[in-house]
Write a protein that binds this ligand. Sequence first.
Ligand code: RP5
Length: 163
Amino acid sequence: MRKKAAVLMGSDSDLPVVQGAIRTLKDFGVETEVHIMSAHRTPHKVMEFASGARENGFGVIICAAGKAAHLAGVVASHTTLPVIGIPMKSSALDGLDALLSTVQMPKGIPVATVAIDGADNAALLAVQILAVNDEELAKKLQDMRTKMTAEIAEKDKKLQEKL
Ligand code: RP5
């Protein structure tokens, strides 16, 4: 049976960006649970969710957080499932603080970090992780790439006609 994905975000203010990840996961038919939980505002809830995630049927966890963003790192410390961090732009520093907080994990507890506000790529990476032993998902990924290639070729063709 296919594993589920979890999408966690530190605040409801992250939702407009995180929606992109939720939509992409749903487009691929991945069962997804979405929660607001914060490493500093609800630390016990985060620990409980992360430590039970594997036995609760999850295969990958996406964590979106801004500012001093430690959600992904804390989640990763409580599970051996792959964790993908989305640094959010929600700060006076335009997300550079969250990017460094998320990407600069000390050795031993990895977090795969995507670009600032990179919700779509977080979802695609999650799908790629789940597709390691799922031919149907792998085929959908390949179809998406083929479509993308055709779209670029079409855009280039139009550009050549215009020039
Ligand atoms: C982080 O602080 C959240 O992930 C959010 O990006 C940022 C701001 O949160 P709010 O003050 O809008 O709740 O924990």
